[in-house]
Design a binder for this molecule. Sequence first.
Ligand SMILES: [Zn+2]
Length: 227
Amino acid sequence: MEKLSYPIENLLICALSRRLTDHLIGQCRQVWLARGDLVYERNRPYRYIYFPLSGVYSFRAIADDHRSMSIETIGREGMLGVAALLGNGDARFQCVSLVSGKALRISVGNIRKILRNNSGFDRSVGRYIMHLMGELSQSIVCVQYHTVEQRLARWLIEVSDQCQGEALEFTHVSIARLMGVRRSGVSIAAHGFLAQSLISYTRGSLRILNRTGLMEKSCNCYIPVKH
Ligand SMILES: [Zn+2]
């Protein structure tokens, strides 16, 4: 296993004491999640929880045989599989890696034991769950009331923050599928951002050039995590 250096890149772990961090990562295995890897399959039991160190991961809800959308993207600010800590059920949503990255993986049984014995960590995870619930609720409002341009700006800022400003390798089609909108809507909005030099876009590689300008185009639905 590749040796980890401090501070650990995952922001939830970063907020823990050094003693607890050592204990936690002693129970973890570092894994590489390539773009497109299936992290959780729907209706299958959770076996592991993941703390991303890099990369971006999307939870996808299925509407029917032809339609689905990303309901949440998570990067190094959070953890994957938090629902496994709330019960013994199967995964409700599919999770796939959108941007390749590293993660610390721990079995559900082991993290439950650590949480039982560390109230501070338990509270941090509880706050994170509250954050996710708030974000998901806000997403309902966003989908209902905000334009594709506003939602695209929000999505680009959020995903760019999660992968720390690296270029985003997405086509208009793939972004439209993730957002659950038509490709033409994404293309019109993206061309507008290009014309105003808010982003650059070359052969599927997208980079934010003017974050402040893009924020002005966005709705206010992006809620960064506070640890
Ligand atoms: Zn919104």
